[in-house]
Design a protein around this ligand. Sequence first.
Ligand code: GLN
Length: 306
Amino acid sequence: MTAHNFQLVLDDINDAIRPLLGKEGQVASYIPALARVPAQQFGIALRTRDGQEAASGDAAVPFSIQSMSKVFTLTLAMKHLGEHLWERIGREPSGNPFNSLVQLEQERGKPRNPFINAGAIAVADRLVTQGNAKADILALVSSLCGEAVQIDAEVAQSEADTGFRNAALANFMKSFASLDNDVATVLDVYFAQCSIRMNCEQVARAAAYLCRDGRHPRTNAPVVSERLTRRINSLMLTCGTYDAAGEFAFRIGLPCKSGVGGGIVAVVPDQLTLCVWSPALDATGNSLLGMKALEMFAGQTGMSVF
Ligand code: GLN
């Protein structure tokens, strides 16, 4: 498809979604700084493997990327730790909410996968051991999207003030000696990564290596190997949207990673990356209209990994 045709598809989706804004779903309220975000917003942007871009709606409005950041931290950890990463983190879908404690106890402090909160906190711990985690994450994401991205200090503080479940998960892992570093240090990194602000256009660009065999969207240098890229995409498909991963595979059929800021990034391997954003969430913490928009995109373009 040409850039012009993609633009028509995105405009069509934007036209269909806008009348639905504000009708269903809830903005994440457990993080007070996110509860203040107006629900009636929708953006969509894509970037093709060869760098053509298209966008519609509120695609240039920045939002909190939240758990979409877990794709970038996983990328850094897989690159630096290789197979050792999997000594402390599993690779199976959890079938449980993203912040669930139950499974972590049953499985003796080993998170099911790197995308549930416990798994991402364990990844953050490994990045703290490896280097200057916050700076490394910001450097990677800024380089990928070609602009300096920032942490929203107000959101990070709001998460720190109310992150009781994340503190419980981290302390619980620490009790099994599954974290190398202090709980407070690890959570500080985790809250910072979740509080990065980006817009749909930037996210579609930053994720582009996932549709280009791991190659950097601007420099073409390998960000990660082709093999690791395939593995990241497989984890996004099976675990990226928590206990809705089966529903996403069924309705959309693409590797996706969501965040409670209302963003979802999707990958069409070898073809393009796509980011949708609308703040109102469903009960599984995934953007309700974002999911609908991705379903329309997959339906209209026929793009799917299946
Ligand atoms: N910062 C959020 C949390 O830890 C991220 C969750 C999400 O986006 N699913 O609860």
